[in-house]
Design a protein around this ligand. Sequence first.
Ligand SMILES: NC(=O)c1ccc[n+]([C@@H]2O[C@H](COP(=O)([O-])OP(=O)(O)OC[C@H]3O[C@@H](n4cnc5c(N)ncnc54)[C@H](O)[C@@H]3O)[C@@H](O)[C@H]2O)c1
Length: 307
Amino acid sequence: MAGSGERVVVLDDVSSGMPERLPADIPLIRGTSLDGEFVRRVLAEHAVTGVVHLAARKQVGESVEQPLRYYRENIGGLTTLLEAVVDAGVGRFVFSSSAAVYGNPPDVDLVPEDTPCAPVSPYGETKLAGEWLVRATGRAHGITTTSLRYFNVAGAASPELADTGVYNVIPMVFDRLTRGEAPRVFGTDHPTPDGTCVRDYIHVSDLAEAHLAAARRTAGSGTDLTVNIGRGEGVSVRELLDVIAEVTGDHRAPVVEPRRAGDAPRAVADARLAAKELGFTSRRGVREMVESAWAGWCLHHPEARRD
Ligand SMILES: NC(=O)c1ccc[n+]([C@@H]2O[C@H](COP(=O)([O-])OP(=O)(O)OC[C@H]3O[C@@H](n4cnc5c(N)ncnc54)[C@H](O)[C@@H]3O)[C@@H](O)[C@H]2O)c1
């Protein structure tokens, strides 16, 4: 956003964020979105005209073990923030939702936004309820709202900014390779062309561009846009592993494990609404995602580099 000429202020409790990653000229106000008075003060002091709400707990497994924490922080934090946004007369609100709202989508080629939502974890539930809360508040108070349903986020904008968590398939494979272990594939008997699960991966830099487009929607309309952010292109686990092997130079054969309960064979975004309403189309492919993620991984794990 800053690179595109927007004036930005960051409110973050630094529970998982890394302050050193912010450009030096972007103010960071440390504190929690659960504190309404604090949020009101920040909105007023910085004359905020739009909010991009990314702050949330996001681990599916953890949400199953700690549903109260997920509802308190994700829904409680959002409610408090929206109250402050309404009081401050902010005209635009962008919410980080997730493809997790669909749960295990039906066996269709592309998943459109009007697919019935059936999240399978408390995390996904907080994202779906969050969309409802955002939409209803926008409608009632004349705020332009956008909920972005991210599909599988991958890649790094630069090695220094790479995600250091090992929560998604690409870093999980890097982690195994770095330990000298073969990657794992869960099920090669799914009803897909090569028998492995098919997903839609989106580069984090493309995702950032989608946020910019959403943040620039006309303020104060009271209209909501709930939209998939993906490439609309399916990539199987086997295809992904082939790209990882090429990029890392590690061609170890994967170990085949049984299918995991509840893994949908295919989950690929219908990305047409984002193109129509936001003028957003992803530009970066899977090779670029894996290459950038690997460069970031090697920076943080020098022992992984083979050359
Ligand atoms: N990463 C993904 O693959 C993915 C996919 C779908 C949706 N999302 C959603 O995107 C958003 C951002 O995800 P991320 O991967 O960047 O997560 P992240 O954990 O890297 O970033 C979340 C940020 O919010 C801050 N934060 C958390 N709770 C806070 C609070 N109560 N008050 C103030 N700051 C708080 C953290 O310190 C951190 O900087 C989340 O809402 C997540 O659910 C992420």
